[in-house]
Design a protein. Structure first.
Lengths: 44, 300
C-alpha cells in the first residue's frame, strides 16, 4: 500500500513541522521571559 | 505473515480543533480585557505569556471536554464532525494532549507570571472539566448555569496576572459572564433543541419545556443587566463605560424580552432567538471593549 504509506509519511512530516514551529516559538518566549525577569531583578 | 493495517495519525489541524478555537476567541478576549482593565500595567512579554496561558488552559479544557464527550458529540449534527466522533483521532491522544496542555499552561503561568493567576487558571480548568463536563452537563438542566462559571474565569485570571490579586471589578466581570451565559446558551438551545434532545442532554428546553426556558432567559437577564452597569454605579469605571454599557444592556434587554414573551409558532424561523444569540456574542465583546477603552482613553 505505497499510497497509504505516503499519506502516513506526509502527515507525520506535517505534524513534525508543526511541533518544530511550536517548540521554536517556545524557546523564543522562554528566552524573552528570562530577559524580562533578569531586568526586573536588577531593578531596571 | 500477517499485515497490520496502519491507521492514519491525526493531523495537527485535528489537535487544533480539539482546543475549540472559536470558543477560545472569547476567552482570550475577556482575559486580555481583564488584564488591560487592571490599574497596574504588566510587561508586554509577561502579558502575552499570561494570555497565551489562558488560551492554552481553555484549549486544554476544550480538549478534555471533547475526550469525555466523544459519544455525545457523535449524536449531534453540530458536533459529529469533530476529530473524535469522526474517527480522525484516537481518544488516548486527545486525553494526553488535553492533560499535557493543562499542566503546561498552569506551570508556565505560575513560573512566568504569578501564583494567584496560575491557581485561578487551575480552578477554571478543573471547573470546566470536572464540574461542568463530567458532573453537571448530563445530570441537570441547570448545567450551563454553574458550568458557565468556567467561562467566566478569564477576566479574573487576566486581572490577577497583572496585579497578583483579585478585586471587586474583576469579580463583577466574572459575574457578568456568569449571568450572561444562561440567556446566551438557552437562546441557542431553543433553536437547536432537537439536536440536544437527540443526544439526551438535559438542556432546559428539553427537560422543562420552551415556556420555562423563555421565562428563565428573561429572569437571568435582570441580574445580568444590574451587574453590567454596577461597575459604573460603584465608580469603578468612568462615564464612557457607563454610557456604552447602559446602551448595550438596554438593547440586550429588549431582545431578551422579545424572546421571553413569545411562543414558537408552526414553521417558526426562530429569528428572535437567533438574533438574541448573535447579539449576546457581540454584546460581551463590546462590553469588555468598552471597559478597556474607559481605562485607557484619557478624559479631558
Amino acid at each position: 500500500m505505497p499510497e497509504h504509506d505516503d499519506r502516513i509519511r506526509a502527515r507525520q512530516r506535517a505534524r513534525a513541522t508543526a511541533m518544530a514551529l511550536v517548540l521554536g516559538g517556545l524557546v523564543v518566549l522562554l528566552f524573552a521571559i528570562t530577559i524580562v525577569k533578569i531586568q526586573a531583578g536588577m531593578g531596571t | 505473515m500477517t499485515t497490520v493495517p496502519m491507521t492514519l495519525p491525526a493531523d495537527w489541524r485535528d489537535f487544533l480543533a480539539l482546543t475549540k478555537p472559536r470558543v477560545m476567541t472569547l476567552v482570550v478576549f475577556t482575559g486580555l480585557c481583564g488584564m488591560l482593565a487592571a490599574p497596574v500595567t504588566i510587561h508586554p512579554v509577561l502579558g502575552f505569556t499570561a494570555v497565551l496561558c489562558i488560551a492554552l488552559g481553555a484549549g486544554a479544557a476544550g480538549a478534555l471536554n471533547q475526550w469525555y464527550e466523544a459519544d455525545l458529540d457523535a449524536k449531534m449534527k453540530r458536533t459529529r464532525g469533530r476529530p473524535l466522533p469522526a474517527g480522525r483521532m484516537d481518544r488516548q491522544s486527545a486525553l494526553h494532549f488535553g492533560v499535557g496542555l493543562a499542566i503546561f499552561s498552569v506551570l508556565l503561568m505560575g513560573l512566568a507570571v504569578n501564583i494567584p493567576a496560575a491557581l485561578i487558571l487551575t480552578v477554571s480548568i478543573l471547573f470546566y472539566v470536572l464540574i461542568y463536563t463530567v458532573w453537571l452537563k448530563r445530570r441537570t438542566p441547570q448545567n450551563i448555569v454553574i458550568g458557565g462559571a468556567a467561562g467566566a474565569f478569564p477576566p479574573l485570571i487576566g486581572w490577577a496576572a497583572a496585579t497578583g490579586q483579585v478585586a471587586l471589578l474583576p469579580f463583577l466581570l466574572f459575574s457578568l459572564v456568569f449571568l450572561w451565559t444562561p440567556p446566551h446558551f438557552w437562546a441557542l438551545a431553543l433553536f437547536v433543541r432537537s439536536d440536544y434532545a437527540a443526544a439526551g442532554v438535559p438542556m432546559l428546553p428539553v427537560v422543562a419545556g420552551e415556556r420555562t426556558t423563555r421565562v428563565q432567559i428573561g429572569l437571568y437577564t435582570v441580574p445580568m443587566a444590574v451587574v453590567a452597569i454596577l461597575p459604573w454605579l460603584l465608580n469603578l469605571t468612568g462615564p464612557l463605560y457607563g454610557v456604552i454599557a447602559t446602551a448595550l444592556t438596554v438593547a440586550f434587554g429588549v431582545l431578551a424580552l422579545r424572546v421571553a414573551t413569545r411562543t414558537t409558532q408552526p414553521d417558526d424561523t426562530m429569528k428572535p432567538e437567533k438574533q438574541l444569540f448573535a447579539y449576546s456574542i457581540l454584546y460581551l465583546f463590546a462590553m469588555f471593549g468598552a471597559l478597556v477603552a474607559d481605562r485607557w482613553i484619557p478624559y479631558a
